[in-house]
Design a protein around this ligand. Structure first.
Ligand SMILES: NC(=O)c1ccc[n+]([C@@H]2O[C@H](COP(=O)([O-])OP(=O)(O)OC[C@H]3O[C@@H](n4cnc5c(N)ncnc54)[C@H](OP(=O)(O)O)[C@@H]3O)[C@@H](O)[C@H]2O)c1
Length: 455
């Protein structure tokens, strides 16, 4: 059992953080893949500067991967130990900070919980771990009086979490919107720029290393969903269950959608967003949206990430930068290590990484209650009376059509056209769209995207 020391004047004060007063701080890296290697390389390159900032030595003691002995580590130097068993890192008395970069949920959780229980400070880049177990991690880190760093989990190399948590701790946020997945933004901007089919832009993203061989996690929006869950915790103090966040990917977006979007002076981006609504509800989602062409998020190029915050007093604040990549993300990981090391040098603890001392369970607004104007793209086998049938369905559901657009198309058997709809409650729209989906002349299911009026 830990004992609370008595001060000279008899009052009780909490024990200092583990490692307080150290002149050399040791850390270990578990997972030596893209981010692990990036982190170590950045440390080797920036060590002198980092140590000048810290005022003490920062020693990488051990690195761990299951196949570490198959990796060429000649650039690393002999003083760093290697192991294939992460438990050795967690048990090592010379290691103060454990850096978890293995990237799967079950192992990452086992490492994180074991490290905290062993009194180690923990840094992780694992968005899934933090989105699913963030509150529990924070509670355990409090219990064991250690610090937790999560900066690399959202927007990789861009320190958005620190900015929200510390730079804007006095703000009342009303909304947060982000382009949080570089792969999908790269694909969408390429489809837009070159008017190439989605599949071609995806294949190119895979070739350039922006997309995984199995791209589902990115292009179906699941990666961005973890990140918006973390942002919702930090901006609003609400712990959202990831599976409650509705998600729509970008797989069906084609050059024709950009052609129509441009006619409407808009463009298409995958937006992860959360807004506060009346009654403490949170509207939270990941979906492709039609943005005004001149808006801030519309201008985010390629694999870049961006977060747009809306605050009661400060209005809009935007941060943009590298969202992934070994070395940019390694900088974020190391920055957490440095922050924790500072607390060990000076005493005290870091700011709680989720920004709140207490959380409320989130009250997610039913998506069906959201009201928005929308874009509907239909691809039909041409015949007379199509427009009358579709308009009839909208009229029955009391949905007003704003405009009907049709670009010239080469084939009458796959003729695309677009309708823009006035603001409508989403559940009414989805009922109407279900009915339209059953019409015999449809060549593929309708594509619906809401309009977002972002600055
Ligand atoms: N890549 C990015 O740009 C980026 C950006 C932000 C955040 N992140 C996050 O950073 C984390 C790491 O991503 P990454 O891209 O670096 O992944 P990665 O390249 O797949 O690397 C993962 C590493 O973990 C090792 N590993 C897996 N299971 C292990 C185990 N049981 N024990 C020890 N080592 C194990 C793997 O090597 P062995 O197979 O040899 O064990 C590999 O070296 C993930 O949570 C990811 O979401 C990544």
């Amino acid at each position: 059992m830990r004992r609370t020391p008595k001060t000279t004047h008899g009052a009780f004060e909490p024990p200092p953080v583990p490692g307080y007063g150290r002149r050399t701080i040791g850390f270990g890296v578990i997972g030596v893949g893209t981010v692990g290697t990036g982190t170590i390389k950045v440390l080797l390159e920036h060590r002198r500067e980092i140590e000048r900032r810290l005022g003490c030595r920062l020693e990488l003691r051990t690195i761990c991967s299951r196949r570490i002995h198959h990796q060429d580590l000649s650039w690393l130097g002999p003083q760093v130990q290697t192991t294939t068993d992460w438990r050795e890192v967690v048990r090592d008395g010379r290691i103060d900070i454990v850096v978890e970069l293995v990237g799967q949920l079950a192992t990452a959780r086992a490492i994180a919980f074991a490290a905290l229980a062993a009194g180690k400070h923990l840094v992780t880049a694992n968005k899934q771990l933090v989105a699913e177990y963030g509150v529990e991690l924070v509670e355990r880190s409090r219990r064991y009086r250690v610090n937790l760093g999560i900066e690399a989990c959202v927007a990789g190399g861009t320190p958005i979490l620190h900015a929200i948590r510390e730079g804007l701790a006095g703000e009342h946020f009303t909304a947060v919107f982000g382009i949080l997945n570089g792969t999908t933004n790269y694909i969408l901007t390429e489809v837009e720029r070159r008017q190439c089919p989605f599949g071609e832009a995806l294949a190119e993203a895979q070739q350039k290393g922006y997309a995984e061989p199995d791209p589902t996690f990115d292009i179906e929006g699941y990666d961005a969903r973890y990140k918006i869950a973390i942002l919702a915790m930090i901006c609003f103090g609400q712990a959202v269950k990831v599976r409650e966040i509705p998600v729509q990917g970008i797989r069906r977006i084609e050059p024709i959608d950009f052609a129509y979007a441009h006619r409407l002076n808009r463009t298409i981006r995958l937006i992860a967003g959360a807004t506060r609504r009346g009654g403490g509800q949170l509207h939270i989602f990941v979906r492709p949206m039609m943005l005004p062409r001149g808006s801030q998020l519309a201008g985010i190029p390629g694999a870049t990430n961006a977060v747009l915050l809306e605050g009661n007093k400060g209005g809009h604040t935007m941060m943009t930068g590298r969202g992934a990549g070994g070395e940019p993300t390694g900088v974020a990981v190391l920055s957490d290590v440095v922050e924790i090391a500072r607390t060990m040098v000076a005493g005290g603890s870091t700011v709680t990484p989720l920004g709140y001392a207490r959380w409320q369970p989130a009250r997610v607004a039913p998506p069906g209650e959201i009201v928005a104007a929308a874009y509907l793209r239909l691809v039909v086998r041409d015949r007379p009376g199509i427009l009358a049938r579709v308009c009839g369905i909208f009229a029955r559901h009391r949905i007003n059509i704003d405009s009907v657009l049709q670009e010239p198309a080469p084939s009458k058997s796959r003729l695309p056209f677009v309708m823009t709809l006035e603001p409508t409650r989403e559940r009414h729209l989805s009922r109407a769209v279900q009915e339209i989906s059953r019409l015999p002349f449809l060549a593929e299911p309708p594509l619906v995207m809401p309009f977002a009026e972002l600055p």
